[in-house]
Structures are given as structure tokens and as C-alpha cells.
Design a protein around this ligand. Structure first.
Ligand code: ARG
Ligand code: ASP
Length: 655
């Protein structure tokens, strides 16, 4: 008996991941993690988190738009997500007369809620392991990859069709996990009448802007509020005045009890993409080639944009969204490169591969890491060219306009683009060998003699611009992309074996599948971190910090006067704003509910700290932190700034 107990204890210890709090787990398999979660503070059962038989937390979480998460907070379809997730919809409703981006928006009644054509939210109905169904008819060893692909495709189509039979907005997909060692069916119900209910002014929802992005201490009120509408049967419907608020199977109760360092938290959402199990050669390329080069190219682009944006309010508005897009990844890569180097991820992986190879000797996996290294050797140079195209010549707006791509001329400022043309064409030309360039480029380069002369021709003649654009696009979509694709396929094929082999190599380690925008649960606890020697960051920020940053002369830090007035009245110094926790999240987790031990809403995830962005490749428990907006700040803003406290009537508070 005693021995049994000991081995059970060992088993529990063994199936926890190597590093505390790492992992994005499949809700349907959460029973495999539940005792670990409970030992860290969770008070719920696996069925509370995921069940197909009863209403559970998954029914309160949605995939919002194409790449964010949202959560239901009332019995009448009210939904929270991030301000940056709702941004483009808020922008579409904005005009000079009604600038909801600048001033915020609050629907005073249901009739004032604004429809958003094209915006959908999807609820997960169920997910299940369908590996045996998908691989039915496939005979390993007897069939080649092309035959496997065919079989997978055929079985997938059949399964999807069957799963969507009911109609009513059902959308099914089969996703490969662990590089195709496992297949899961996901069945969603997609609602398409989603209306804007409220948004704070950008000076709150985007407070800190690019300056504070990916950083702590953070004070961004990054939330917006929507409502899902349904037909009279509570089913998805196109927008109609006759639609009624959706009644969710489950909505989240809001906790106003607050967070303390050490508290258990978990995040339920849709992380987009991670690469935790890749070969050292992949990390080497990212840390030593891709990240540094892309950062340098974007530094140039941002510098050019900024110069003109600083000189004109109009240009600043025209380019602020583009600037944010370029700056977001630029900043993330800097943290990632630094983190990977600090963690010596390449060296650690190399050492792991050595041990793995010794183990694999004489098995079917012998030579697999060498095989991967050889493919990377070939892939990295073409992939570098692929990235160079995307980061240089393909960003030139003049070329996109000439090629007839949809482009908003309202947000175009030619002097920026002229300067960009010379800088990006020069970087492209210097950065890549001629063998990666179309003949047209080489001919014209000789003909014009300088990028300035070429620029003058391209900006003077639409034909000249189109010819260049066509040549570059054709070369990119042709030779470059086809080579990248075929090498990626070769890689994926080897990874399928390597992934399985890694699991056999470490049978006691719990492997979570890489993120792929499917619903996941991450868990951890509220915790600060040390970004550098002698500095410790506490995990909670407050309104006091906003007032400290407040500066009417700095765009990113200019808060609304009402907020200054409220603060001056006193009593709000300790109003919490954001908090840090150790949950493993990534892009796509934006808007995800952050829940306490009882499954009540304590915050909304919206970012990670800069030092921890290596978590997409390597989770460093010392510095990997997700940043959440404290739900109490949302309530504060709704009431004090939005004067929309009537929204509280439909929410449910449980402390
Ligand atoms: N860094 C966050 C995430 O990747 C927030 C991005 C939006 N905010 C911004 N300032 N660009 O996507
Ligand atoms: N800010 C990211 C998002 O938009 C979240 C992250 O990368 O941590 O999904």
C-alpha cells in the first residue's frame, strides 16, 4: 500500500511540466492536469472547466474576430474583450463628429448599440480526439506522405460535413496537434450579429501606447464591451432589428475581491502560435539572424514614419495604426532575442539533442536531429529571403497601390513612402544576393543607376510602379514561396517523428501541444519579477502610477481631464489597474478571461512582459509574465468615465 502511495506521488510529480506554470492545455483533457491545478489552489473540478454534458466555463469563452478572445459577463450576451481587439470596429464607427476612438463610446440603451458587419464570435460546442478516424485507411510504412495527405483530407472533409450538418452557425475544423501525431475535431457555433456597447477613450484604452507596450509597470485600460445578438431561438443570425440579446449557457461572475501576490489564476483563451519543441537550428536562426535583421529593418521604417508623424498631427493620425502594427512585433522580437540569448536556449537545446541522439541510437529515430539540422541548413537561406521580401520591398505602399491591392488612400502620405522606397529597396538590394532577385530588378537597377532615380520614375509613372510590383510579387510568390513551402513540408514530416520521439524519450514529462488558435487553459499565480539586477517589479499597478505618468505634452501619457479631476477628489490612490501573473500565454490570448480559484473573473489578459516574450519558444519561469487588466479598473472606468453604471445591473458579482 505504502509503495503504491509513493509511486502515485512520484507519478504526480513526474507528469508536471519541467518548469512551473509552463503550458497551454487542451480543455477536453484538463482532467489530466486537474489535480496539479488543485494542488496549486484551484477550487473547481475538471467538469466545471470543460464538459459536453453541462454548462461550464468553456461556454463563457469565445474566439473574438479572427484572433482574439472574449468572455461573456451577463445573461444577456454582454461580452468583454480588449480595446486593441475592438479597435478596428471602434475606428469604423468613428468620424470627425463622433470620434469614439478619442472620446470613447457608451450605448445608453440597447437601440444605441452599434452593429459590426463582418465581426463574428465563436463558441466551442465540443472538441474531441479524432486521430483514429482521420487516419483510417492509412497504412504507415506502406503508404507515402502524399497518400497520407489525401486520406487525411478525405476523412477530414467527411467529419467536418457531418459535424456541421445541423447548420445554425456550426463550423467545424480538424486541427493537427503535435505535428500531426494527433488530430482533434473542434465544433464551434459562430454568431454574426455582435454590437459595440462601450469603449473607453483611447487615452485610457491605449494609455501608454507604444512606449509602454510589452512593458511593466503598465497602466493600460485595454478593454471594450460588445453584445452578442441571436434570433428568437437563440441561434446565430445576420444582423436584424428583430434579433434579441443572446442567452449564454454560462457567463462569468465578476470578483471584486482583488488579487494578491501568490494567488492562483488561470487563463481560458485562444493562443495563436508557439514553437516549443523545435530543433536548436530553428532557434539559432530566430535569435541570431531573423530577429536581429527584422528589428533593424523595422527600426528604419519606424524612424521614417516617426519623423513625419512628429511634424504633423494629420500624418500622425494617418499612420498611427500602421506604426502600432510595425512597432508591436519589432518590440516583441527585441525581448525575444535578448531572452533566448540570456537563457542560452540554443546551447540548452543542443545539449538536449546530444542526449536524445544517444538514446535514439539503434531505434527508428536514429539520425533524426541531424536530419532536421540538414533541412534547416538548406531552409534558412531561402527563409531569410522570404522574410526580407516581406520586411522590405513588399511594405512599399506605392507598389501596393499600383498593383491594385485594396488600400486606404485616406491614410497615405507620399513623402513617407518616397523615403521608404529608397530605404527599403536599398536594404533589399544590399541584404540579399542577386540570385534571390527577379531579372527585372537587376536590369532596372543597372538602367537607373541609383535608387533615387528609380524612385522618381516609380512615383511619376503608375506603369513603372506596377511593373516593379509585378516582378517582385511574381518572384516572391513563385520561386521563393514554393521553395519555402516544400522545405516546410519536409520539416513538418520529420517533426512528426521528432515530436513523437521526444515524448518517448521523456515519458514522464507532460507535453502540451503547441498553440494553434484552439481553446486552451493556462494556469499560474500572481507574481512580480526581477527584470535586472537589483530591481524587483511588484505585480500590481494602481491609478497613482497613471497620475505619475500623466503628461499633457506626451501623446501616449495624456489622460482625460475627468480622470485628473476624479483623482484630485481623493480616495482613488490605490485603485488597482493591471497585474502580473505566471500564466503561459501568447498572441491570440488577448481578451482572455483571467479567473480566480473559483472560476470568477478577476481580469482580462492583454499582453506579456518584454523580457518574457521568449515564451513562444522557451518558457523562463523567472521572467515570463502575462499582463492583465484588473476587472475592478474596468468597473471603475465604466462608472466614473463612461457614466454607464447601468451595465452593472446585468452583471453578477461574487466576491
Ligand atoms: N503587445 C500586445 C499584443 O501583442 C498589445 C498590442 C496592441 N497595442 C499596441 N500598443 N500596439 O498584441
Ligand atoms: N498582446 C497579445 C495579443 O494581442 C498577447 C500576447 O502576445 O501576449 O494577443
Amino acid at each position: 500500500m505504502k509503495r503504491l502511495l509513493i509511486s502515485a506521488a512520484l507519478l504526480i510529480a513526474a507528469i508536471t511540466p519541467l518548469k512551473a506554470d509552463e503550458g497551454m492545455w487542451l480543455p477536453a483533457l484538463i482532467s489530466e492536469r486537474i489535480s496539479h491545478m488543485q494542488s496549486h489552489g484551484l477550487r473547481l473540478s475538471a467538469e466545471d472547466i470543460y464538459s459536453v454534458n453541462q454548462a461550464c466555463l468553456k461556454d463563457a469563452v469565445v474566439l473574438f474576430g479572427g484572433g482574439c478572445t472574449g468572455e461573456l459577463v451577463s445573461a444577456e450576451g454582454l461580452l468583454f474583450t480588449n480595446h486593441h481587439c475592438g479597435y478596428s470596429y471602434i475606428q469604423k464607427h468613428s468620424s470627425v463628429e463622433h470620434d469614439y476612438l478619442k472620446d470613447g463610446f457608451w450605448a445608453l440603451s440597447r437601440t444605441e448599440e452599434l452593429p459590426n458587419p463582418g465581426l463574428t464570435v465563436s463558441f466551442l460546442e465540443r472538441m474531441e480526439d479524432v486521430t483514429s478516424i482521420i487516419l483510417k485507411g492509412y497504412k504507415p510504412g506502406k503508404m507515402d506522405e502524399a497518400q497520407r495527405v489525401k486520406i487525411v483530407k478525405k476523412n477530414t472533409e467527411k467529419l467536418v460535413k457531418e459535424a456541421e450538418k445541423e447548420g445554425n452557425g456550426l463550423k467545424a475544423s480538424v486541427e493537427a496537434l503535435y505535428y500531426g501525431n494527433q488530430y482533434f475535431l473542434f465544433v464551434f457555433r459562430e454568431y454574426r450579429d455582435v454590437r459595440l456597447v462601450g469603449a473607453p477613450p483611447s487615452s485610457i484604452g491605449k494609455f501608454g501606447g507604444e512606449t509602454d507596450n510589452w512593458m511593466w509597470p503598465r497602466h493600460t485600460g485595454d478593454f471594450s464591451i460588445f453584445r452578442i445578438y441571436a434570433d428568437s431561438n437563440n441561434m446565430p443570425a445576420d444582423y436584424s432589428e428583430a434579433n434579441v440579446p443572446y442567452t449564454p449557457k454560462k457567463f462569468l461572475k465578476i470578483s471584486r475581491a482583488g488579487v494578491n501576490e501568490g494567488d492562483f489564476t488561470f487563463v481560458y483563451g485562444c493562443p495563436g502560435s508557439t514553437q516549443e519543441y523545435v530543433h536548436s537550428a530553428a532557434v539559432d536562426y530566430i535569435a541570431n539572424v531573423s530577429d536581429p535583421e527584422k528589428i533593424a529593418l523595422r527600426t528604419t521604417r519606424l524612424g521614417i514614419m516617426k519623423k513625419y508623424m512628429d511634424g504633423s498631427q494629420k500624418v500622425r493620425i494617418q499612420y498611427s495604426s500602421k506604426y502600432a502594427g510595425v512597432a508591436n512585433a519589432w518590440k516583441k522580437w527585441q525581448g525575444e532575442e535578448k531572452g533566448l540569448k540570456k537563457m542560452k536556449t540554443v546551447e540548452v537545446k543542443k545539449e538536449y539533442e546530444k542526449r536524445f541522439s544517444a538514446w535514439a541510437k539503434g531505434t527508428e529515430y536514429e539520425g533524426i536531429t541531424d536530419n532536421l539540422a540538414a533541412i534547416y541548413e538548406e531552409r534558412n537561406s531561402i527563409y531569410r529571403a522570404y522574410e526580407y521580401y516581406r520586411e522590405t520591398v513588399l511594405t512599399i505602399e506605392r507598389l501596393r497601390i499600383a498593383s491594385g491591392k485594396s488600400f486606404d488612400m485616406k491614410d497615405y502620405y507620399e513623402p513617407i513612402d518616397r523615403e521608404m522606397f529608397v530605404a527599403m529597396m536599398t536594404a533589399f538590394d544590399k541584404g540579399l544576393e542577386d540570385s534571390y532577385k527577379p531579372d527585372y530588378f537587376l536590369q532596372k537597377r543597372a538602367q537607373y543607376g541609383s535608387m533615387e532615380a528609380w524612385r522618381d520614375a516609380v512615383f511619376a509613372s503608375n506603369e513603372e510602379a506596377k511593373a516593379l510590383s509585378d516582378a517582385l510579387e511574381a518572384y516572391f510568390n513563385g520561386p521563393i514561396l514554393s521553395k519555402v513551402r516544400s522545405l516546410s513540408e519536409s520539416l513538418d514530416l520529420v517533426y512528426r517523428d521528432y515530436m513523437r520521439a521526444q515524448m518517448e524519450f521523456e515519458p514522464n514529462k507532460a507535453f502540451y501541444p503547441d498553440a494553434n488558435l484552439t481553446l486552451r487553459v493556462a494556469y499560474g499565480h500572481v507574481e512580480g519579477y526581477s527584470p535586472a539586477d537589483a530591481i524587483y517589479y511588484r505585480p500590481v499597478s494602481t491609478l497613482k502610477g497613471i497620475i505619475e505618468k500623466d503628461n499633457p505634452d506626451i501623446f501616449d501619457y495624456n489622460i482625460p481631464q475627468t480622470l485628473r479631476d476624479i483623482y484630485a477628489r481623493g480616495g482613488f490612490e490605490n485603485q488597482p489597474v493591471c497585474f502580473l501573473a505566471t500564466n503561459h500565454t501568447t498572441g491570440g490570448n488577448s481578451g482572455s478571461p483571467v479567473l480566480n480559484a473559483h472560476g470568477n473573473l478577476i481580469g482580462i489578459n492583454f499582453d506579456r512582459v518584454w523580457e518574457g516574450t521568449l515564451s513562444d519558444l522557451d518558457f523562463d519561469p523567472d521572467v515570463c509574465r502575462n499582463i492583465s487588466l484588473d476587472v475592478r479598473y474596468i468597473l471603475f472606468i465604466i462608472k466614473e468615465i463612461g457614466h454607464a453604471a447601468y451595465l452593472f445591473d446585468e452583471m453578477c458579482f461574487e466576491d
